[in-house]
Design a protein. Sequence first.
Length: 273
Amino acid sequence: MSSQRPRIDLVASPRNASDLILFAHGGLADSTDDPHAWRGPILRMWPFAAAAKQVDRSALVGLIRYRYRGWNGTAADPSADLRLVLDRLPAQISRVVLIGHSMGGRAVVAQGNHPKVVGVLGQAPWLPEEEPSPWHPPQEPAANSTGDSIGDLAGGPAGGPIVFAHGDQDRITDPALTAAFADRLRLAGIPVAVLRVEGEQHAMLHRATDWTELVRRFIRHTLGPGDTFLKETVTTELSRSDPLPRWARPGAITTGVLETARGRLTQRITGHL
């Protein structure tokens, strides 16, 4: 069991930054083990963090460090940890982009209604059949955790994009449940992109370069000038899914493993929040 408080490990910490790009890694359904820094799920996020640094050099980039390795039923520990670190962010940070894989995808969805969150990307997210939506239909007033009105959040994270990408060969989390969750949002008038990653499994290693390119485009689309592909695929059209483009030539699974190793070994932690 971990005794640490949740925190953010920063891999980019420019002075006077007002934006934060935050990555949330996967885990287990139930475990109070320490999710230490050299487990596979958090290592897989390092190449994305490295890419985020290149996309927006003025933004903070970080990885959340949970207290525990598991979701742990109704305790929903990673979601609670994410809420805590978001609530205690410095006032100067006004926009947060959340990107999460698997259990981390579930956590970023659960906290997508935080007032500072402006976009949510779920990578092979774990979204059980009865998972509640944190977002209100556009016609309803939204409220924060204290009950105060935050109307801009109605319909999605501060009006920003919601994107789910899921491998069609995933046997750990179910792409059909991701699509069903997206359609529940769309029925409420909330636009969502659902991207099929053809030939991909849960660890995002077969098409690693395409996953990284999606992260780059999502950040640009959320914080910058926008992205034509994502603009066209974020929609309220029911049952719609779009294939993730093959921006890179297909590579062997070793390409994804090497990219993960390179991401971790070439980056360093620059601070904490």
